[in-house]
Design a protein around this ligand. Sequence first.
Ligand code: DGP
Ligand code: NA
Ligand code: NA
Length: 215
Amino acid sequence: ASQQTPTRRGALVVVEGLDRAGKSSQCELLRDYLSEQGHNVKYIRFPDRTTPIGKLIDSYLRGSANQDDHSIHLLFSANRWELAKSIEQDIAAGITLIVDRYSYSGAVYSAAKANPTLSLDWAWQPEIGLPQPDICLFLSISAEEAAKRGGFGAERYENETMQTRVRGLFRTLFERQKNVCVVDAGKTLEEVSRDIQAAVAVCVAQLDTVGPLRT
Ligand code: DGP
Ligand code: NA
Ligand code: NA
């Protein structure tokens, strides 16, 4: 196939939510939907555990390595920064990126720790300057719904206390952020998927008028 210069940039679509909110399934459904609509689309996720920094994060999450709270926070952020250029290039090349977790998880999971020198404001700082999402879909589930979805995995953070704090902090953070679309993720897979498609369709339709990706 011949390489054509894209007539419009891709969209940067972020999907956020608590563990077990259904992010991964919804990202896959959205990828398939956008492909069928003729979009060039890629699905990526953070943390990207394949890079050298990602491998450190992976051992931390699995509990086989410990890290100072600030240090691991900056590594999670560095893991986004090391992919920032390739995100910008993909978007400029007309590829729409679906990103499973981003700066929002970055700030709230760290701020949820009971560490007095790691506030939400502190945690947000290293995220400033990263490519900004055109839309952030927040898959919202209640504590009750989360509990119904079965047991937590074995990774760090997958416990009730942490998830409750994370839920509250997402809410606080999203009051200050633009382009956030709260999706009721307590509905069926198909219903949630339809709500997401509708929100993303509006976002993609506006790409010609919103201008280049912001940082
Ligand atoms: P996942 O692979 O989506 O299950 O994410 C792994 C866990 O790491 C999940 O509990 C959320 C958390 N997490 C994701 N990004 C960050 C981040 O930037 N900072 C911190 N502290 N935690 C994160
Ligand atoms: Na997890
Ligand atoms: Na998860």
